[in-house]
Design a protein around this ligand. Structure first.
Ligand code: TMP
Length: 247
């Protein structure tokens, strides 16, 4: 698929990949691709499907905003520049096949697996890895699984862990000032051609648990996963708090 030339960026070339929430397109520069955010939403490994109206645009803008914040603190990311509502130019990376999860407060699968009520404070921050494989249901793995199966080297994994804890510190402080508790989140990392590890994928209400600091209200994709209602409103509220009323 090809679209017309744009003043703000390179032509969208062939579609390279379609994931559950995004599509990826080639550009005339082999080192760059365009990520296009969809309104499609899935949960429980694709068993539940739906649409969240406006989500693609909100996630694109929120994720770019947070990646720019991280860049300003020295965290390397794949971001090049936002092209328009749904589309962003990013560096082409080889994705490390891991979901890197930080947990500041018990919730979700952590609460289920360990029988700990959601909202329970944790004595320290927890870092988890899941192997990105839908057919296997993204199983939880540890460092030795990752090294044994050569998904990353020791050096890469140390870099990923250290970046992830830094990202947590930066995001927590930033979101706190916007009245949002960062309960947990998932990151993905990629390798540039020279081997540098950079933050990739997205940081959005799809990939984080955001709870309102004052009321505990969920302002993230759990509203869709759990049929809580007010799904679109929660995404709009996150955009408003992070990007302002006119965003
Ligand atoms: P979990 O509690 O379901 O394991 O989710 C932990 C965090 O990871 C939560 O903030 C939501 C995010 N997440 C994703 O980004 N993608 C996924 O496929 C899943 C299951 C969770």
């Amino acid at each position: 698929m090809t679209t017309g030339p744009s003043v703000s960026g390179p032509d969208k070339g062939a579609q390279l990949y379609e994931g559950k929430a995004k599509k990826v397109y080639a550009t005339s520069d082999p080192a760059l691709v365009i990520v296009s955010y969809k309104d499609d939403a899935t949960a429980f490994n694709g068993q539940k499907t739906g649409q969240i109206l406006g989500k693609g645009e909100i996630n694109n803008r929120v994720s770019n905003h947070l990646m720019r914040l991280l860049e300003s603190h020295g965290v390397p990311t794949h971001l090049v520049r936002e092209l328009d509502g749904r589309d962003t130019l990013v560096k082409r990376v080889e994705i490390v096949p891991l979901e890197v999860i930080i947990r500041n407060v018990a919730a979700g699968s952590f609460s289920q697996r360990l029988g700990v009520p959601e909202g329970t404070p944790l004595a320290c921050t927890v870092l988890e890895y899941s192997y990105k494989d839908d057919a296997l249901g993204d199983p939880l793995v540890n460092d030795l699984h990752i090294l044994a199966l050569r998904w990353a080297t020791r050096e890469e994994l140390d870099e990923i862990a250290s970046l992830t804890f830094r990202i947590n510190d930066i995001l927590r402080a930033y979101l706190d000032a916007a009245g949002i508790l960062l309960i947990d989140f998932k990151l993905e990392f990629g390798r540039l051609p020279d081997g540098t590890i950079v933050l990739a994928d997205e940081i959005s209400p799809d990939t984080c648990r955001f709870w309102d600091k004052a009321t505990g209200k969920k302002l993230d994709k759990d509203r869709f996963r759990r049929d809580l209602g007010g799904v679109e409103d929660a995404y709009v509220e996150i955009r408003r708090r992070l990007l302002g009323a006119d965003a």
